[in-house]
Ligand binder design. Structure first.
Ligand SMILES: NC(=O)c1ccc[n+]([C@@H]2O[C@H](COP(=O)([O-])OP(=O)(O)OC[C@H]3O[C@@H](n4cnc5c(N)ncnc54)[C@H](OP(=O)(O)O)[C@@H]3O)[C@@H](O)[C@H]2O)c1
Length: 336
């Protein structure tokens, strides 16, 4: 079988294709014929050596995949040959509270990932995928979609009539837009260009603001919400956006802390945070239970993930280069 391994942490050219033996599943394992994988922002950080979790040179990259079970170990009960599956981001987080031990086991960094043709894994690390999705669509779900689902659900779920703010046009943000609409919320999106404003509206955003043209987008959001602010922010910008997000949140609203895309920095005003009454909740993708619940909603509403483009396995490096150029809208997928 063909497998990519990341030999160093410097550039995309450090990805090297190897020919290896197909692994044999042990008693509790299944053998997955991987049909598609997808890129997340972390995969760029890992290649460039900027990801905070440890990775060994020579590991197989990518946290997200979908495929078909082609062989099962003799103790496997959850799946049968022919089942269509996707992997969870954290192989051992099945439900309940997040523990730091889970953070140190991630596919594509601490553990070998999914940029390979076959992979033998414990049956517990997989979920069934919705029947209406292709493998390419399903491979977009494990990180970005589950993260967006966790940001909108959690202890205080978004409900019909709420207003949700999404930031940008990447994987997490577009799933947040789609899932928030599915929950009956109004969505306001911010993005970097007028062209992307038009695309976000075409994808269902009720309002979209060009943050390059309107740097004080927090004020624009107050105006769009008659001074009230939004109920939920899917916060992927980090230090460059959090202060504005706090000013754009309604009393009692929630900011789901997810990303660190922006290198800019603005001081957080403690009194603003205190008086605004926003809850800050840190998201770590989600558990297997979260993935299953999200798939139920995706199946019921026949949600179609936004796939920007699909690269063949042989051109995986070009998928990274495309992703690095930041021209994508939604998910960049590799077909195996
Ligand atoms: N905590 C978690 O569990 C978790 C899970 C998944 C992802 N994340 C984090 O969430 C963030 C988004 O991840 P993703 O995979 O959705 O990213 P992505 O697909 O690469 O999306 C990035 C988008 O964000 C916008 N952006 C704004 N400033 C940017 C900058 N300085 N560099 C790059 N993009 C910028 C751009 O959209 P516009 O041009 O439209 O603004 C860009 O297309 C990342 O920081 C990632 O590490 C965290």
């Amino acid at each position: 079988m063909q497998t990519y391994r990341l030999e160093r942490f410097s550039t995309i050219d450090d990805l090297v294709l190897h020919t290896e033996d197909i692994p044999q599943p042990r008693a509790n394992e299944v053998l997955v014929r991987v049909r598609a994988s997808s890129l997340n922002f972390r995969d760029l950080m890992i290649v460039n050596g900027h990801y905070p979790m440890s990775s060994e040179p020579g590991h197989i990259p990518l946290s997200d995949s979908a495929g078909e079970i082609v062989e099962i170990g003799n103790a496997v009960t959850r799946f049968k040959i022919g089942d269509r599956v996707a992997n969870t981001f954290f192989p051992r987080w099945f439900g309940g509270r997040f523990e730091m031990a889970y953070a140190h086991e991630q596919y594509g960094s601490d553990r070998d990932g999914w940029l390979t043709e076959y992979k033998a894994v414990d049956q517990e690390t997989l979920v069934s995928i919705p029947a209406h999705l292709s493998f390419e669509q399903a491979a977009t779900l494990p990180c970005a979609a589950v993260t967006a689902w966790s940001a909108l659900s959690g202890p205080t779920p978004v409900t019909a009539g709420d207003t949700v703010l999404t930031q940008g046009t990447g994987g997490v943000s577009l799933f947040a837009l789609q899932l928030a609409k599915l929950c009956g919320a109004r969505v306001i999106a911010i993005t970097s260009s007028d062209d992307k404003v038009a695309k976000l509206k075409a994808l269902g955003a009720d309002d979209a603001i060009n943050y390059t043209a309107i740097p004080n987008w927090d004020q624009a959001i107050r105006e769009l919400t008659e001074g009230r602010g939004v109920d939920r922010i899917v916060e992927v910008g980090g230090t460059g956006t959090l202060a504005k997000s706090i000013r754009a949140t309604a009393l009692g609203g929630e900011i789901s802390i997810i990303g660190l895309l922006s290198s800019a920095s603005e001081q957080i005003d403690f009194m603003q945070l205190f008086m605004g009454g926003a809850t800050l909740r840190r998201i770590a993708v989600g558990s297997r239970d979260d993935f299953d619940l999200m798939n139920r909603a995706i199946a019921q509403h026949r949600l179609q993930p936004i796939v920007d483009c699909v690269y063949p396995f042989a051109q995986a490096k070009d998928a990274w280069r495309h992703f690095e150029r930041r021209g994508h809208i939604g998910k960049v997928v590799i077909a195996h």
